[in-house]
Ligand binder design. Structure first.
Ligand code: ZN
Length: 643
C-alpha cells in the first residue's frame, strides 16, 4: 500500500481518536463511549458513537464506520496514503515507504510543493512591503481587496525584474525549474518565470502550493507589456486540466451544500467566498475538462456554472450533456446579468449573486430561455422562427424524454402544436442565424423583484442581527417572551427559531436549512454585540412594536378599502380607522390581519384600540432610552404576549 504496515499501525495507535474527531464535532462522554452528532449525515440527536480505547467509530444513523484513517479520508477527502501521512504528521511518526519509487515520488513532490510554498510566501511579503509593489497594491485596492483579503488569499507580487525570486529563494536550480518558478536562460543563468505580475497562489486539494495565476497590471497602475494572464507552466505538480483553484478551501462546503460553483477567475472565487458562498472553484487558464468534472463529482453531484457557458457554443453544450449522462451530474447555469462577472457582482450586490446561484437553471432550460428571449415573440413569423431555433437547441440533448418535455414548453410559449415541433425535431437542423439578445445591463433579472428565498450573503448590522448575535453567544440573556414572530425579517425569524429549537449552536447549524446554516455560522464568528443586553432587547421590542403598528395601520386601511368597496363608496379608504394615517408603506408584509394577534378576531374598534395603544406606548420607550421595563410594557400589544 505504499507505507510499511508497522508504520500504519503505529500511526493508528498513537492517534487520540477523541481529540481527532473533536476537531470536527462535539463529543460527549456517555458511560464509556463518546457520542456526538454525526459529521456524515444530518441528525438532531447524536447517533455518532466513538470507542476511544479501540479507536473506532460507528454511526447508528447512516452506518458509517471505521478507524482514525477512514475518518480522515472521509472528512479531509484524502486517499489512504494521504490520510496516513496526515495523521503521522500530527502524531510525529516517521513513515517508511514500501516501494522505493513511490516513496521517492512522494518525497520529490513534497520538495517541489515546499519550494512553491516558499515562493508563495516570498511573493506575498513582497506585495505587502516592497515599494515597487505600490502599483499592485493600488490595483488590488481598486478591485476591492483590502489588506485582510490579500493576506487571506496570500496574493503576491512578482517584481518587474529578471531573477529576484531566484536570487532570494536560493532553492536548488533543478527544483526551482521543475517547480515551474523559473528557467535557465541561454547564458546559463536562472531566470524567474513571472515578472511584473500580481500573483494568485494556487493550491491543490490538500492545500499544498503548486503554482500561480499571474495577472499583469493595467496601464493606469504602471503595468507593462505582455499577455493579460500567465500561469505557471505545466509540471509534475501543476497540471492545469486537473487543477481547480479554490477547491482546497471550498471542498467542505461543496460536500455540505451538495453543489459546486465553477467560475472563470481567481477573483470570482474570492468574490463568491466574500458573498458567503465558499463553494466556488475556477479553472486555471483552461476550459473546463472532463477531469475537472470527474474531480468535482467526487464531492457533489451538482455543478453550477457561473460564467457564460452558452457563449462557448454548441461544442460546450454537447460536452456538458455528455458529462451529465456519463457522470450522473446536474449542470445548471447561474442567472448572472450579461457582461457582469461574479467578482463585480459580489462587491456591488452580493444578494443578487446569491440569488443568481440559488435560481440557477438546468443547462438546457437556460439555453432555451436565452434563445426565446432573443426572439420576437409578438409576431406569428417571429414565433415560428423562435420555435425552429428552440427545437435546434433541444435537439442537442441526448435524452428523448427530456427533449420531449422541453418541446411541450416550447409549444406552449410559441403557440405551435407539439406534433408540429416533433416533426421539426425529426427533420435535420435548419441553423437559423442566432439572434443575440441585445439586452441592456439592467435588463436581465436584476430589475425584477428579488426572489422571496434569496438571502443576503452577508447579514446587515442592525438591531435584529445584534439580537441574534446575543442569542448565539449569551442565550441565557434572552427573555423567554422573545419569539420568532417578533422579527420583521423572515430570514431573521428562521435563524432565531433554529437557535431556540436546538440544544446548542452546532446542533442548530446541523438542523438548520441550507439557507440558514451558513448565516448561523456567520453569527457565530462575530463578536457579541456591544452595550447592554437589556438596552438591545428594549430597542428590539421598540422596533417590533413599530413594525406591528405599521402592520395594523395597513390592515386598517385594507379593511376600510374593503368595506368601501362593499358599500360602493368613493372613499379613499384611509380614514375609516382613526389614527391610521401613518405612512405605512408597501414594505409591510401581509396586509391582512393574521391570527394570533390581539386584533385578529375582533372588529375595527379593537384594531383602532391596538393602534392607539401602540401609538401611546412607543414614544415612552424612546423617552426611557429603551430601558427594558419600559419596553416590556409593549408586550401586550405585540404578536406574542407576555405569556
Ligand atoms: Zn451518520
Amino acid at each position: 500500500m505504499g507505507i510499511e504496515n508497522d508504520d500504519v499501525r503505529r500511526v493508528r495507535d498513537s492517534t487520540d481518536m477523541v481529540k481527532l474527531i473533536s476537531q470536527h464535532l462535539q463529543l460527549r462522554k456517555v458511560g464509556r463511549r463518546w457520542t456526538g452528532l454525526c459529521p456524515f449525515h444530518n441528525e438532531k440527536s447524536p447517533s455518532f458513537s466513538v470507542n476511544a480505547e479501540e479507536g473506532l467509530y460507528y454511526c447508528f444513523g447512516c452506518q458509517k464506520s471505521g478507524d482514525a484513517i477512514t475518518f480522515v479520508r472521509e472528512i479531509e477527502h484524502l486517499d489512504f496514503v494521504g490520510a496516513v501521512e496526515y495523521l503521522a504528521g500530527k502524531a510525529g511518526v516517521q513513515l517508511r515507504y514500501t516501494s522505493n519509487n513511490e516513496g521517492k515520488d512522494r518525497r520529490r513532490r513534497s520538495q517541489l510543493t515546499d519550494t512553491v510554498e516558499a515562493a508563495v510566501e516570498w511573493y506575498h511579503q513582497r506585495l505587502l512591503k516592497a515599494p515597487d509593489a505600490k502599483g499592485a497594491r493600488g490595483y488590488l485596492r481598486s478591485r476591492g481587496f483590502d489588506g485582510d483579503l490579500v493576506r487571506q488569499y496570500r496574493v503576491g507580487w512578482a517584481p518587474d525584474d529578471w531573477d529576484v525570486l531566484a536570487a532570494n529563494l536560493k532553492a536548488p536550480r533543478d527544483l526551482f525549474v521543475e517547480a515551474g518558478l523559473g528557467f535557465v536562460n541561454r547564458r546559463g543563468r536562472l531566470q524567474d518565470h513571472f515578472r511584473g505580475r500580481v500573483l494568485f497562489p494556487i493550491f491543490d486539494v490538500n492545500n499544498a502550493a503548486v503554482g500561480f495565476g499571474g495577472r499583469i497590471l493595467p496601464p493606469d497602475f504602471g503595468g507593462g507589456e505582455g499577455p493579460k494572464y500567465k500561469n505557471s507552466g505545466e509540471s509534475s505538480v501543476y497540471n492545469k486540466s486537473r487543477l481547480l483553484y479554490g477547491l482546497n478551501w471550498s471542498k467542505d462546503e461543496i460536500v455540505r451544500e451538495k453543489s459546486s460553483i465553477i467560475c472563470e477567475g481567481y477573483t470570482d472565487v474570492i468574490g463568491f467566498a466574500q458573498a458567503g458562498m465558499n463553494r466556488a472553484v475556477a479553472t486555471c487558464g483552461t476550459a473546463l475538462t472532463e477531469d475537472h468534472v470527474k474531480m468535482l463529482k467526487r464531492f457533489a453531484p451538482k455543478i453550477v456554472l457561473a460564467f457564460d457557458a452558452d457563449a462557448a457554443g454548441q461544442n460546450a453544450a454537447e460536452r456538458i450533456y455528455e458529462w451529465e449522462r456519463k457522470y450522473e451530474i446536474d449542470v445548471a447555469v447561474a442567472a448572472l446579468p450579461e457582461g457582469v462577472d461574479p467578482a463585480d457582482l459580489a462587491r456591488e450586490d452580493p444578494e443578487a449573486l446569491g440569488a443568481a446561484v440559488e435560481h440557477a437553471q438546468p443547462f438546457l432550460k437556460f439555453r432555451l430561455a436565452r434563445t426565446l428571449a432573443a426572439s420576437d415573440m409578438a409576431s406569428v413569423e417571429g414565433r415560428a422562427r423562435a420555435a425552429q431555433r428552440a427545437v435546434d437547441v433541444v435537439r442537442e440533448h441526448p435524452v428523448a424524454m427530456v427533449r420531449d418535455q422541453y418541446l411541450m414548453q416550447i409549444a406552449d410559449q410559441c403557440q405551435v402544436s407539439p406534433e408540429r415541433l416533433r416533426a421539426l425535431l425529426a427533420a435535420p437542423p435548419v441553423n437559423l442565424p442566432e439572434e443575440r439578445p441585445t439586452r441592456r445591463r439592467d435588463d436581465g433579472w436584476s430589475d425584477r423583484e428579488p426572489p422571496p428565498e434569496a438571502a443576503p450573503a452577508r447579514m446587515a448590522d442592525n438591531t435584529e442581527t445584534q439580537l441574534l448575535r446575543l442569542a448565539v453567544h449569551e442565550p441565557e440573556s434572552i427573555p423567554a417572551y422573545i419569539h420568532g414572530a417578533l422579527f420583521a425579517y423572515p430570514q431573521n425569524r428562521a435563524i432565531f427559531e433554529a437557535l431556540v429549537e436546538a440544544e446548542e449552536l452546532h446542533q442548530a447549524i446541523e438542523q438548520a436549512s441550507a439557507h440558514v446554516a451558513p448565516l448561523l455560522s456567520q453569527l457565530a464568528v462575530q463578536d457579541e454585540p456591544d452595550g447592554e443586553a437589556e438596552t438591545l432587547i428594549g430597542q428590539f421590542l421598540y422596533d417590533a412594536a413599530r413594525h406591528e403598528l405599521r402592520r395594523l395601520q395597513a390592515a386598517g386601511r385594507n379593511r376600510a378599502r374593503q368595506s368601501a368597496e362593499v358599500s360602493v363608496s368613493e372613499s379613499g379608504g384611509d380614514t375609516a380607522v382613526q389614527g391610521a394615517t401613518d405612512s405605512a408603506d408597501s414594505s409591510v408584509e401581509g396586509s391582512g390581519v393574521t391570527p394570533g394577534n390581539p386584533s385578529a378576531a375582533h372588529g375595527t374598534a379593537d384594531l383602532a384600540a391596538s393602534i392607539r395603544g401602540l401609538q401611546a406606548e412607543i414614544p415612552r420607550v424612546l423617552e426611557a432610552a429603551f430601558k427594558l421595563d419600559a419596553a416590556e410594557r409593549l408586550l401586550p400589544w405585540l404578536p406574542v404576549g407576555a405569556g
